[in-house]
Design a protein. Structure first.
Length: 376
């Protein structure tokens, strides 16, 4: 075994000994409480039908894009879809990326230059962190949702300043204080970038997101809207000015140097937005969230306050979180443990996702099983 293989084996062994070795699994469970398919679009027969009908109207599409969009992989339907999505979100323009990860690393790494400053909430997604690392900017973090610490970092910032937050945080399910952060950005002439991955379809009129729910569209420098959660598709779009769109086309490496998404993927995204426009699902999903929280009320189960589809049960150590997840899975409930390093050590938890397709009876069953678990 050469040194590289020895290194690989050693790192894997370390994780196995700590009980945090990741493995892939395709084992189906009865009741989904773990996926990001909040509105059930990924399993939607209606979405398949609309997408197939839309695809028949496009006569010149190929199975694959055949190249990057700057070569021969662009299509007028993709550009029309980008503008339609931008209009839906009250933005001037938008640019589709192949994934939320690609969107975040492309946006952040290309924008922030040497001498600029990035200030990020400590709980932002790994893709935003990686985008910041790829830049040459000065980088700071502030304690989660701590406006005082954010302002302290703003006071010492130099160059163009970019603030990175999520509207709904993916592990805790809580809101960012976007209105207050936006005011600080105006005061210090900073640029606010908001990842709306877990807000699309859940908050705002027609599920347009938290930024629009708060009426802050014109105050946000850029929004990242991801299609792989509530829309049940794949990809993401960066929303902002026409200048920003043109800049990303020229400088975002994760856009420039990758094969474009195929047209059948774009039609699914387009069709999912048609469904959002046709039906406002926010009240329906709100009912599921209220039901879960009401059933959990007055219990000793340790949680993080959240009014989103993402709910947590804290265990604060690897073994207890894994055992709790295994117990629920043995009952046919697909609940997963989130372990370090995805969350900080000592912040291990069950991450519970609520969906429109979860019946009230299934949610009641979940809470009843949670009540049977041990908590310290």
């Amino acid at each position: 075994m050469n040194k590289a293989e020895e290194f690989i084996q050693s790192r894997l062994q370390q994780r196995a000994e700590k009980g945090i070795l990741r493995i892939l699994s395709s084992k189906p469970l009865l009741v989904d409480f773990s996926s990001n398919d909040y509105l059930g679009f990924a399993r939607s027969a209606e979405l398949k039908t609309i997408s197939a009908a839309t695809l028949t109207q496009i006569t010149d599409y190929k199975n694959g894009a055949t190249g990057s969009r700057l070569l021969n992989g662009n299509h007028i339907f993709t550009e029309e879809t980008e503008q339609a999505i931008a209009n839906f979100h009250h933005a001037e323009a938008g640019l589709i990326f192949n994934s939320g990860y690609d969107a975040n690393i492309g946006l952040i790494s290309s924008l922030a230059q040497r001498g600029d400053t990035i200030i990020a909430d400590e709980l932002i997604h790994a893709s935003l962190i990686d985008g910041a690392r790829l830049s040459h900017a000065n980088r700071y973090t502030f304690k989660h949702n701590d406006l005082n610490e954010l302002e302290a970092k703003l006071r010492v910032s130099k160059g163009n300043v970019y603030i990175l937050i999520e509207s709904i945080y993916s592990m805790d399910g809580d809101f960012a204080p976007i209105t207050e952060i936006s005011k600080l950005c105006k005061q210090y002439q900073a640029n606010l970038i908001v990842d709306e991955a877990h807000a699309l379809g859940i908050f705002g009129s027609q599920g347009s997101g938290v930024v629009q729910m708060l009426g802050l569209e014109q105050d946000i420098f850029a929004r990242i809207v991801t299609f792989g959660k509530a829309l049940g598709c794949h990809g993401a779009i960066v929303l902002g000015s026409k200048n920003l769109r043109n800049y990303l086309i020229n400088f975002a490496r994760s856009f420039i140097y990758t094969t474009a998404a195929p047209i059948h993927s774009i039609t699914t995204i387009n069709s999912a937005y048609q469904m959002l426009i046709k039906t406002d699902y926010t009240k329906q999903i709100e009912h599921k969230i209220r039901l879960y929280k009401s059933l959990l009320k007055d219990t000793a189960i340790p949680t993080i306050e959240s009014t989103s589809t993402i709910q947590t049960v804290l265990y604060n150590n690897v073994n207890d979180a894994k055992l709790a997840a295994q117990t629920l899975q043995s009952k046919g409930l697909d609940v997963r443990a989130i372990l370090s390093p995805t969350v900080a050590k000592g912040k291990e938890r069950l991450r519970i996702c609520l969906h429109l397709f979860n019946s009230d009876q299934e949610i009641e069953m979940l809470v009843n099983e949670l009540k049977k678990l041990k908590y310290e």
